[in-house]
Design a binder for this molecule. Structure first.
Ligand SMILES: *[C@@H]1O[C@H](CO)[C@@H](O)[C@H](O)[C@H]1NC(C)=O
Ligand SMILES: *[C@@H]1O[C@H](CO)[C@@H](O)[C@H](O)[C@H]1NC(C)=O
Ligand SMILES: *[C@@H]1O[C@H](CO)[C@@H](O)[C@H](O)[C@H]1NC(C)=O
Ligand SMILES: *[C@@H]1O[C@H](CO)[C@@H](O)[C@H](O)[C@H]1NC(C)=O
Ligand SMILES: *[C@@H]1O[C@H](CO)[C@@H](O)[C@H](O)[C@H]1NC(C)=O
Ligand SMILES: *[C@@H]1O[C@H](CO)[C@@H](O)[C@H](O)[C@H]1NC(C)=O
Ligand SMILES: *[C@@H]1O[C@H](CO)[C@@H](O)[C@H](O)[C@H]1NC(C)=O
Length: 455
């Protein structure tokens, strides 16, 4: 393999993104593999690779094929999805990067490529240093089928102590015709979003610390009560935030609203990169009627892989009058039906209207071999006799944490049985919600590719 320097020597090797980068020259200097220093002198990397595209020299790999998808689903963009790097044996991409934490985003479009059939891809993806297993025995086509999506995007976060970040794609041994492929790779420097704080493990009296040795996979990232936020609207980190309404459970969905016009979001408690303005500037609460609120939980339902710890980050900000004082709106948070915190008072944590805060909790998810339900619920807290019986949430992120040994890989989701349409029967709310939630999950990160690769 050529030395990293020569492999990344010219920006002509990358998919041209000049207009995109012009917008952000203060953050990124364009140089194929982009390394720049921002005002705080932090070295940043921004790498965007459309794998298998012609003329992308840095993408060349021995004993692999660059191929074009036989068909294009209307929902997938030309770049990065229509070309792929493919091999029936293992191949490695080596990216020279600055030290620090990175978002690693992988893009997959399971289609027929040359002699490789869509249904046969089955492979692991590992990241080094760290020996992290990001995917294992991954079937892109089964996953896409289960999520009812044409393409799949996955976001991980790994710390790179120094040198290079290597991504290795290895077909599963012993599976006939198994091959590995990838359509797009994106690597973005990120601040240490996860800190090294002691976090409560919900339902236990112990704590856990997410540190440099932890890799994470983003499972969900929601702008609660607001609209989807595309990667380019989240300038520094190119995260995708999606509308939470797909995950709301049951008919009691509360009310959504935006900040009062005379409220400004002031980042005095959390850094601005914690979440964009639009996340804190919109919210969902339970509604105006205290009796109704006391009778239900404002609930979201997700599905996650069993056998992992999850970091749940809940973003809060009071954005409307009259919520300016302590003990006006106090509520309990339940994560997977266990009390994460009994009496959350946003104003008491933030110090005032318009000031964002977030709260982190660790949740253990056990269970069988298939994906498990994951419940997030809010309920008014009465013991302090607050002025309103209500609850609020502005943003929600759920990250899977690598287990000892560095594993992040979960099972391939099982595609739901083909529904037999019966116009006389109404589809159950639960059934609809489970289709919606998975589809939107992958769609969320999938939007990244469309928005970033094409800007
Ligand atoms: C791939 O090709 C096979 C054989 O021609 C066909 O049966 C299958 O539907 C194709 N799959 C996709 C995803 O296009
Ligand atoms: C990454 O790959 C390069 C080139 O194959 C190799 O020199 C380097 O040691 C690898 N780094 C890690 C951390 O595995
Ligand atoms: C890396 O992880 C794999 C799978 O977890 C394990 O089999 C292997 O021994 C590990 N390699 C090193 C060098 O730690
Ligand atoms: C990979 O997954 C397939 C089907 O999902 C399964 O039949 C096979 O046993 C798995 N292989 C390994 C090594 O886990
Ligand atoms: C801001 O506007 C709201 C109504 O939109 C009003 O109730 C409140 O008194 C105003 N607050 C200030 C400080 O102007
Ligand atoms: C809210 O959720 C908690 C935890 O699952 C549960 O104990 C409680 O009964 C629920 N309350 C209502 C009103 O549904
Ligand atoms: C958690 O709460 C939800 C909603 O109230 C309920 O449907 C589910 O069965 C509960 N799960 C467990 C494990 O108690």
């Amino acid at each position: 393999m050529a030395s990293p320097r020569s492999k990344y020597s010219s920006h002509h090797h990358l998919f041209p993104l000049s207009s995109f980068f012009l917008l952000f020259t203060s953050l990124f200097l364009l140089a194929g593999h982009t390394t720049a220093r921002d005002s705080s002198s932090v070295v940043r990397d921004y790498i965007l690779l459309s794998c298998g595209a012609s003329g992308v020299q840095q993408d060349e790999q021995d004993d692999t094929l660059s191929a074009t998808a036989a068909t294009q689903d209307p929902s997938v963009s030309q770049v990065p999805y229509m070309t792929a790097r493919i091999s029936p044996s293992s191949f490695t991409y080596s990216f020279p990067v600055s030290p620090g934490r990175k978002f690693v985003r992988l893009y997959f479009y399971p289609a027929n490529y040359s002699a490789y059939f869509a249904g046969d891809s089955r492979f692991a993806v590992t990241a080094n240093p760290g020996n992290f297993t990001l995917q294992s025995n991954f079937s892109a086509s089964q996953t896409a089928q289960a999520l009812k999506l044409a393409s799949i995007a996955r976001e991980f976060s790994v710390n790179v102590p120094s040198g290079s970040l290597n991504l290795t794609f290895t077909p599963t041994a012993g599976v006939p015709n198994a091959y590995a492929f990838v359509n797009g790779i994106e690597i973005v420097s990120m601040p240490d979003l996860f800190g090294s704080k002691l976090l409560a493990i919900v339902g236990t009296s112990t704590t856990y610390t997410v540190d440099e040795s932890t890799a994470l996979q983003t499972m969900y990232r929601l702008n609660v009560g607001g609209n989807a936020i595309s990667p380019v609207e989240d300038i520094d980190l190119f995260r995708s935030w999606i509308d939470d309404s797909f995950y709301i459970f049951s008919a009691a969905t509360g009310v959504t609203y935006a900040q009062d016009t005379n409220v400004t979001i002031r980042y005095t408690k959390v850094p601005q990169y914690a979440a964009p303005n639009n996340v804190y500037g919109t919210a969902r609460s339970m509604g105006p009627n205290p009796n109704i609120n006391l009778a239900y939980n404002l609930t979201w339902l997700f599905s996650v892989d069993p056998g992992f710890l999850y970091l749940v980050r809940m973003h809060f900000c009071e954005i409307q009058y009259p919520f300016t004082d302590m003990n006006q709106r106090v509520f309990s948070i339940y994560l997977n039906n266990q009390t994460a915190q009994q009496d959350v008072d946003v104003i008491s944590s933030s110090g005032g209207i318009g000031i964002p805060v977030y709260k982190d909790y660790i949740v253990i998810v056990t269970g069988g071999t298939d994906q498990q339900d994951f419940w997030v619920a809010l309920h008014p807290y009465q013991a302090t006799k607050p002025m309103y019986y209500d609850a609020i949430l502005n943003g929600l992120e759920i990250f899977k944490l690598s287990s000892t040994g560095g594993n992040l890989a979960g099972p391939n989701p099982i595609p739901p049985p083909e529904p037999t349409p019966d116009p006389t029967k109404v589809v159950s709310a639960r059934g609809q919600s489970s289709i919606g939630k998975s589809a939107v999950l992958a769609g969320a990160v999938g939007g990244v590719a469309a928005a970033i690769f094409l800007v």
